[in-house]
Ligand binder design. Structure first.
Ligand code: FES
Length: 161
């Protein structure tokens, strides 16, 4: 039986049989539930561990697709000055250090991120800007470390003030 035949039969049921409206309602509900399940599967939960400047480790459940900046904000993590420019690539306060195996698997960084990252304190070969990194399912269980020092490029040195 094809889709159009099924729809046609359902339509005739609603016209010809008692209680068929309830059946049609049931079918529509099932279809809606299936669609919700399929589309919501892209928003998988991912377990992340953040180690802040003080060495305190916090574990959070993040949504796939969020940036690490959004995770820090949404989970209200205690990281001093994190994300000062709100992800506009005008600071480097979202500087994070990743684990070796994780860093290698991440999407390559754009030139703009690389330029801003060059200005970050405590730069390592495993550094990225958290506002530019999107949570992916394979990151489940990863640990990111906040460097001891961060720099907000928008702050002028005292000599310039
Ligand atoms: S929040 Fe400023 S560069 Fe990421």
């Amino acid at each position: 039986m094809g889709y159009s035949e099924a729809v046609s039969q359902l339509s005739s049921l609603t016209v010809n049989q008692t209680g068929s409206r309830a059946l049609l309602f049931y079918v529509v509900c099932v279809c809606v539930c299936v669609c919700v399940c399929v589309f919501s599967s892209s928003g998988c939960k991912v377990l992340l561990h953040f180690v802040n400047q003080s060495g305190m480790k916090t574990s959070v459940s993040a949504m796939e697709g969020e940036s690490l900046l959004e995770v820090v904000i949404n989970k209200n993590l205690q990281i001093d000055g994190f994300g000062a420019c709100e992800g506009t690539l005008a600071c480097s306060t979202c500087h994070l250090i990743f684990e070796d195996g994780v860093y290698e698997k991440m999407e390559p960084m754009a030139d703009e991120e690389m330029d801003m990252l060059d200005l970050a304190y405590g730069l390592t070969k495993l550094s990225r800007l958290g506002c530019q990194v999107t949570v992916e399912r394979w990151m489940d269980g990863m640990t990111v470390r906040v460097p001891q020092e961060v720099k907000d490029r928008r702050e002028k040195p005292e000599a310039e003030i």
